[in-house]
Design a protein around this ligand. Structure first.
Ligand code: GYE
Length: 364
């Protein structure tokens, strides 16, 4: 069962005609601007535990600290699972190390946590430890990335990464058609190997690329970091100079690294550049870069799972059964307004023209 949480209500912003530096023409504003507001993000105060007499002990095994997205996710959890909200949070930064993450979960079991939250670094290798949590009677809530080899968790809250990849492909198709670009020669900087976010974004984009007959010249992991993105792009610039017209970065930090590498190689990107640059995550500074025309399009991944996780915990405290899968809302942003809508999996989806007012309204 899917439940889409629509957090988007900023109708007042919808008629913005304010454009940024390089962001194309401004003649047709997006019909609405759902991205400008995220109540869950701006109001981390959540209801306090309604049953029981004590604080709820929550252990959170976080992926690491590799990206701006991750920083926003960690902050959201720390804001929501605060003492003021009736929680005692044990936070472990697993530094992108799967062994460390399994160890963290086992130590949460030993400490007798009331709830365990996991953002799984990789999608597989989970059934044994989740069985241990189950046997200890500790409900597990998965956030963000998925666990693909076990269903021994109470709920998952996150994004549909394949839809993000498909949206990227559909936008590129429409954009290229509008600009009269007949041939796509793409380079992909993937996220961390084995992460469901990487797998979904890669599969989604590849599906459209294959359907459209595009060439993916190369696809390498930049590990979701700026340094990784720069390193991969430096090698791409050497190997494929003059051969590519699209660079897809699977997160914003990789896009920052790729921009540095392209600057150094004398390759221009963004609106009016040699290369169409696309990113995922859409953290606020990078939506600003879309607005400024440096990134052509950015596909949001919403890092604010924690308020929903708290609602799930409160439901469990009341003896209710929460939804097993909860999808957070996401939006697509573009520097120009030539593509205002795309169809993904048969569903029409808005592409938001990233005006300055859109950027200013972003919660993270
Ligand atoms: O895109 C990236 C982060 O799992 C969706 O992890 C997340 C990804 C996000 O490092 O920036």
């Amino acid at each position: 069962m899917k439940k889409i949480f629509s957090l988007a209500l900023a109708a007042a912003m919808s008629l913005s005609l304010v454009a940024c530096g390089g962001g194309g023409n401004t003649s047709t504003p997006a019909a609405s601007n759902p991205a400008a507001s995220n109540p869950a993000a701006s109001n981390p105060a959540v209801s306090t535990p309604s049953t029981g007499d004590g604080t709820l002990k929550v252990g959170f095994a976080q992926v690491g600290h590799e990206s701006d997205w991750r920083t926003a996710s960690t902050k959201s959890a720390q804001d929501v699972f605060s003492a003021a909200n009736g929680y005692e949070l044990s936070f472990v930064d697993c530094d992108n190390d799967s062994a460390k993450q399994l160890e963290a979960v086992r130590s949460f079991i030993q400490q007798g946590m009331d709830y365990i939250i996991i953002d799984p670094i990789v999608a597989t290798g989970w059934d044994t430890v989740l069985t241990e949590c189950d046997e200890a009677g500790i409900p597990v809530i998965i956030i963000d990335r998925t666990v693909d080899d076990s269903d021994k968790y109470v709920a998952w809250v996150g994004s549909d990464f394949k839809v993000e990849g498909l949206a990227c492909g559909e936008w590129l198709k429409a954009y290229a058609a509008d600009k009269g670009i007949g041939e796509i020669n793409a380079l992909v900087i993937e996220g961390s190997v084995g992460a469901s976010a990487t797998i979904g974004r890669t599969d989604g984009f590849k599906e459209i690329a294959e359907r459209e007959g595009w060439t993916i010249l190369d696809s390498q992991s930049g590990d979701f970091t700026e340094a990784g993105g720069q390193e991969v792009m430096e090698s791409f610039c050497q190997s494929y100079k003059g051969q590519f017209n699209v660079v897809i970065c699977q997160n914003d930090n990789e896009a920052a690294g790729a921009m540095t590498a392209m600057d150094q190689a004398g390759i221009t990107y963004g609106v009016g550049g040699d290369v169409i640059l696309v990113s995922f995550d859409a953290n606020k500074p990078y939506v600003q870069m879309v607005c400024d025309g440096k990134i052509n399009a950015n596909f949001e991944c919403n890092p604010m799972a924690a308020p929903t996780v708290s609602e799930i915990i409160q439901a469990l405290e009341k003896g209710e059964t929460p939804e097993k899968e909860v999808y957070v809302s996401e939006h697509w942003f573009a520097a120009e307004d030539n593509v205002t809508s795309i169809t993904v999996n048969g569903e029409a989806q808005e592409v938001i023209h990233a005006t300055q007012e859109v950027v200013d309204g972003r919660p993270y």
